[in-house]
Design a protein around this ligand. Structure first.
Ligand code: M6R
Length: 608
C-alpha cells in the first residue's frame, strides 16, 4: 500500500520526509520519492527499490527546502520502476503530487487530457492528477485541487505542491487514509500516524473530502465550498509499534478489518451495474473463451481454497468444466492440457515456486494462463498471458485473510466475465449478481461485528486438541479455509469435511464433546446440512454454527450460532469466512501463539 508524507515548516524537509517514509515501510513498497520546493522550483528525486536508494540519491544530490511531499509506492498500475514512482508532475513541473489509492476513471481522464495537449510519461493512474490540477490552475492551488477532485473517481489521499505557491501544501482524502500532524510552527500530512510520531503526538484525523492547507499561518481545513471545518485535536497515546498496526494488536487483525475496502478496491472499475465486466489486463478473446474445453485453477494453501470457490462459480455461471489442483501435485500427474485449456493460477505473492512451475508447464503445452495475483511485477504477472490483480494491498501477517477475500472476488469476476462472453446467464441474473457483489463490502463490515461472540467462543474452546469444520457446496470450500487458518496460527488440529461425506468414515471420530464448526449459509442445501448437524449432535458433538441472518431455527440444533448477513448462495463465502478468520485469530491469542509469524511458516514459499 502506498504511503504519503508531506512537510511544511522551518526545518529541512528532505530528512523529515525520509524519516516519515521509513515509518510507513511496514505498509510494503517497491519505490520511493520526494518533491521539495528549492529556491522557487520543484525538485524531484525518486527511484525504484528500497528507501535506502532514495537516501543515497539525496546524499549525492541534496535538495534544500522547507516544503515537500514524499511517497512510498506499492505498484498497482504499471510495474515498479523509476518513472512510475511518485511524486508525479505535470510536463512543466509546476505541480507535483503524491497519491495513495486508485483513480478508477484514469483512462478516461488521460484520454481527455491528451486531447487537451497534455502528455504522460508513466503507466500510473496518478499521473492524471498533476495534469488535472494544472488544467484547472488559475493562480489558486486549493481551488484547482477542489476542481480536480470533482473529476476524479475512486479512492485517493493526495498531497500537492505548486511552484507558483511555494509557501503552501494542499492535501485531501477520499476512501484512503490521511492525517495531519501538528508541530510547533510546522505541520505534516501523512497516510498514517507512525509517520509523524517522532515529531508530534497531536493530530487531526481527516474525513473524506476535507481539504487541508498547510501554510505559515498554520493548518486550515475546509470543505469543497471552502467553508472552514473546525476539528478536535486527537492526542496519540499508542507507542510506535501499535501505531504501525493502526491501533490493532496484530497485523492479522488489522488486515481482517481492511477486508471491506480490499473487496471494494478489487471490484472498482471492473464491475458496474448495467455495464459489461471491464478487465484491462485480460486479453483473452470471446472466441477463445467459447472454445475452452477445460479450466484448471492451480494454487497452494489459502489461494487453492479460493480456487475451490472459483470452480463452483465458473462451472455454475459459465458452464465450463473446471479442475482445481494443488500446485505441488499438478505437474506430477501428467495433466491433459492443450491450446483449448485455460489455466488460472492464484497467488497472493505471485512468487510461489509450485504455482510458477504449474504456470510454466501449462505454457509449454500451449495453454493460455491468467494470473490472479496481488503483486504487480511479480514473476506470475510477468509470465502469464493475462493478469487480474487483486487489490488487497500488501499483506504482512503470514496467515492470509484480506488476500483470500480478494481472491474470492477475483474468482467471481472471472466467472461473470466468462458468463457474459458465452451468454450462459440471462442479463437479469448477471445484473442481480453484480448488484449483490457491489453490496458485499458493507456486508463484510457487518459480519465483522461478531468479534466479541467469536472471541468468547475461542476462549471457551482453547483447550481442544481437534476440531471438525463441516459444510456443503461452497460452504465446504470455506470449511477448508477455516480449518487451515486454525491449524496455521493456533496449532490446533482441524479437519474440514464435506458434511455429506462424514458418514463415510470420519463420523467414527465424533464422541462426547468433539467440537464441530458447522457452516450453514447455503439456502439450497440448508435442510441437508441441518440433518448432518443432527447426526453429529446425536453422537455427543458440541456444534458451533455459522448461518445466515434469519435462520433462528439453527439455535435449536447447535450449541451456539454466529449469524452473518444474508447473501446469495454462491457469494456467501465472502461473509461466511469472517467468523472463522476471527475464531483462529482469537484462538491464537488465547493460546499465546505468535499470531503474525506462526512457527515453521514463511509468507512466500519460493522453494518446491
Ligand atoms: O503467495 P501465495 O498466494 O501463492 O501463497 C500460497 C500459500 O502459501 C498461502 O496462501 C498460505 O497457505 C497462507 N499462509 C495461508 O494463510
Amino acid at each position: 500500500m502506498c504511503g504519503i508524507v508531506g512537510y511544511f515548516g522551518n526545518r529541512e524537509a528532505a530528512p523529515l520526509l525520509v524519516q516519515g517514509l521509513s515509518k510507513l515501510e511496514y505498509r510494503g513498497y517497491d519505490s520511493a520519492g520526494v518533491a521539495i520546493i528549492e529556491n522557487g522550483d520543484i525538485k524531484v528525486t525518486k527511484c525504484k527499490g528500497r528507501l535506502k536508494n532514495l537516501e543515497n540519491k539525496l546524499e549525492e544530490n541534496p535538495i534544500h527546502g522547507l516544503v515537500g511531499i514524499g511517497h512510498t509506492r506499492w505498484a498497482t498500475h504499471g510495474q515498479p520502476s523509476d518513472v512510475n514512482s511518485h511524486p508525479h508532475s505535470n510536463k512543466t513541473e509546476t505541480i507535483s503530487v503524491v497519491h495513495n489509492g486508485i483513480i478508477e476513471n484514469y483512462l478516461e481522464l488521460r484520454e481527455w487530457l491528451t486531447s487537451e495537449g497534455y502528455e504522460f510519461k508513466s503507466q500510473t493512474d496518478t499521473e492524471v492528477i498533476p495534469n488535472l490540477v494544472d488544467y484547472f490552475y488559475e493562480g489558486d492551488l486549493l481551488k484547482a485541487v477542489i476542481k480536480a477532485t470533482e473529476k476524479m473517481e475512486g479512492s485517493y489521499a493526495i498531497g500537492v505542491i505548486a511552484k507558483n505557491e511555494p509557501d503552501k501544501l494542499v492535501a485531501v482524502r477520499k476512501d484512503s487514509p490521511l492525517i495531519v500532524g501538528l508541530g510547533k510552527e510546522e505541520s505534516f500530512v501523512a497516510s498514517d500516524i507512525p509517520a509523524v510520531l517522532a515529531e508530534t503526538r497531536d493530530v487531526y484525523l481527516l474525513n473524506d473530502k476535507e481539504f487541508v492547507i498547510l501554510t505559515k499561518e498554520g493548518v486550515k481545513i475546509v470543505d469543497a465550498n471552502e467553508t472552514e471545518i473546525k476539528k478536535d485535536i486527537y492526542k496519540v497515546t499508542w507507542d510506535a509499534d501499535a501505531a504501525e498496526k493502526g491501533g490493532f494488536e496484530h497485523f492479522m487483525l488489522k488486515e481482517i478489518h481492511e477486508q471491506p475496502k480490499a473487496v471494494k478496491d478489487t471490484m472498482a472499475s471492473r464491475i458496474a451495474v448495467g455495464q459489461p465486466i471491464k478487465l484491462d489486463d485480460i486479453n483473452i478473446t470471446k472466441e477463445q473463451i467459447q472454445k475452452l474445453n477445460k479450466v484448471y485453477i492451480v494454487a497452494c494453501g489459502t489461494a487453492y481454497y479460493a480456487g475451490v470457490v472459483g470452480k463452483y462459480a465458473i462451472e455454475k455461471l459459465a458452464r465450463i468444466p473446471v479442475e482445481v489442483d494443488i500446485a505441488s501435485e499438478f505437474k506430477y500427474r501428467d495433466p491433459i492440457i492443450d491450446e483449448n485449456s485455460l489455466m488460472i493460477i492464484v497467488s497472493q505473492s505471485g512468487e510461489t515456486a509450485d504455482t510458477l512451475s504449474a504456470l510454466r508447464l501449462a505454457k509449454e503445452k500451449g495453454a493460455r494462463v491468467i494470473a490472479v495475483t496481488n503483486v504487480v511485477g511479480s514473476t506470475a504477472s510477468r509470465e502469464a498471458d493475462d493478469i487480474l490483480y487483486t487489490l488487497a494491498g500488501p499483506e504482512i501477517a503470514v496467515a492470509s485473510t484480506k488476500a483470500y477475500l480478494t481472491q474470492l472476488t477475483a474468482m467471481y469476476i472471472i466467472a461473470l466475465f466468462f458468463a457474459e462472453q458465452k451468454g450462459t446467464v440471462s442479463t437479469e441474473k448477471l445484473e442481480e449478481i453484480k448488484t449483490e457483489m457491489l453490496n458485499l463490502p458493507d456486508k463484510v463490515e457487518t459480519a465483522l461485528s461478531c468479534k466479541e461472540e467469536v472471541k468468547a467462543l475461542a476462549e471457551a474452546t482453547k483447550n481442544e486438541k481437534d476440531m471438525f469444520f463441516l459444510g456443503r457446496g461452497v460452504d465446504y470450500a470455506v470449511a477448508l479455509e477455516g480449518a487451515l487458518k486454525l491449524k496455521e496460527i493456533s496449532y490446533i488440529h482441524a479437519e474440514a469435511y464435506a458434511a455429506g461425506e462424514l458418514k463415510h468414515g470420519p463420523i467414527a471420530l465424533i464422541e462426547d464433546g468433539t467440537v464441530v464448526i458447522a457452516l450453514g449459509t447455503q439456502e439450497e442445501l440448508f435442510d441437508k446440512m441441518v440433518s448432518n448437524v443432527q447426526e453429529v449432535v446425536s453422537r455427543g458433538a458440541k456444534v458451533y454454527a455459522v448461518a445466515q441472518m434469519g435462520h433462528e431455527e439453527v439455535k435449536k440444533t447447535a450449541d451456539s450460532v454466529v449469524y452473518v448477513p444474508k447473501v446469495m448462495d454462491l457469494l456467501a463465502p465472502i461473509v461466511a469466512v469472517i467468523p472463522l478468520q476471527l475464531f483462529s485469530y482469537y484462538m491464537a491469542i488465547a493460546k499465546g501463539c505468535d499470531v503474525d509469524k506462526p512457527r515453521n511458516l514463511a509468507k512466500s514459499v519460493t522453494v518446491e
